[in-house]
Design a protein around this ligand. Sequence first.
Ligand code: SF4
Ligand code: SF4
Length: 346
Amino acid sequence: MIRDGAGVRLVHVLWLTSGLGCDGDSVAMTSATSPSIEELIRGVVPGAPALALYNQLLAYESGEEFLRPFWRAIDGRLKPFILVLEGSVPNEELSGEGHWSGLGVDPGTGQPIDVCTWIERLAPQAAAVLALGTCAAYGGIPAMRGNPTGAMGLRDYLGWNWKSHTGLPIVNLPGCPVQPDNITETLLQLSLHVAGIQERIELDEQGRPRWCFTRTVQEGCGRAGFAEHGVFARTPADSHGCLVKIGCKGPVVKCNVPVRGWTGGLGGCPNVGGICIACTMPGFPDKFMPFMQASPLGVMAAQASRFTYGPVLRRLRARAIRRHFDVEPDWRRPGKELRTGYQPRW
Ligand code: SF4
Ligand code: SF4
């Protein structure tokens, strides 16, 4: 649905970094290039509104001055805005007389304001809500088994059917941290929607932007051909071979980092020899530990390709390449006859 937002030139982004997290997503975003956060703030993307960013880690302002836009948003005097949560939501019912995580002080009571209170006050006024990073999307590292905080993702806290007043479900953008351009591109798409310029973004069954999470890591990995041929690395230093036997979870993980790279198209876990540890997935990290241990299914698939079709494919392809593809065509040689198949038209 495209809403009537004609004339919206500025979209505010209220970014709570006070969930349980490490601020890694804010840091990651500063290296985005396509688009960069500077381009979004300056409003130089054709047709898109400019963004006004309020992020504790990046702001020059501090104290009450920093919090002013947050109070104005709660009072309905700052519109339209996108609420971003970074870090997971703690269960304040378990925090006893203290609190797990907060931001600022309530002027009325003089008490710290916990992050759950900010979420409950801001979310109803937000045109769109973004759960940024695996912590905010699914709980992530702070929600590991045995943690004392009862940490959870934002959808678990507000409800998986929760929608903003514009009818938009919470957008989950996982990654630990999130790939930088995925952050700025999603902010751009959300701002275009909030400004009434573009349809709402398409989400998958986990609430993720579909365009970022359709492929598995292996489907975009530069080493995928090795897997097909049954060639596997034995140590992280092996540049020749698929990494699945040393623990890479790439075949079962949805993530576009191998295709998109990390900064400016460069880098990205398996592209530079790092195993995929499934940092974008629900259940990360517990479900995928120990990271350096291959999963039995991964090893079975690797053994199958190694001892059945892998070597056959490898030999047939090597022979075909040697005989047919890695050679110059016959007609590109000196000789007394023209062998190009050229037919004179006279
Ligand atoms: Fe930090 Fe990862 Fe959590 Fe983001 S998802 S806050 S990078 S631990
Ligand atoms: Fe995380 Fe794996 Fe994607 Fe790397 S490739 S960012 S470890 S999900």
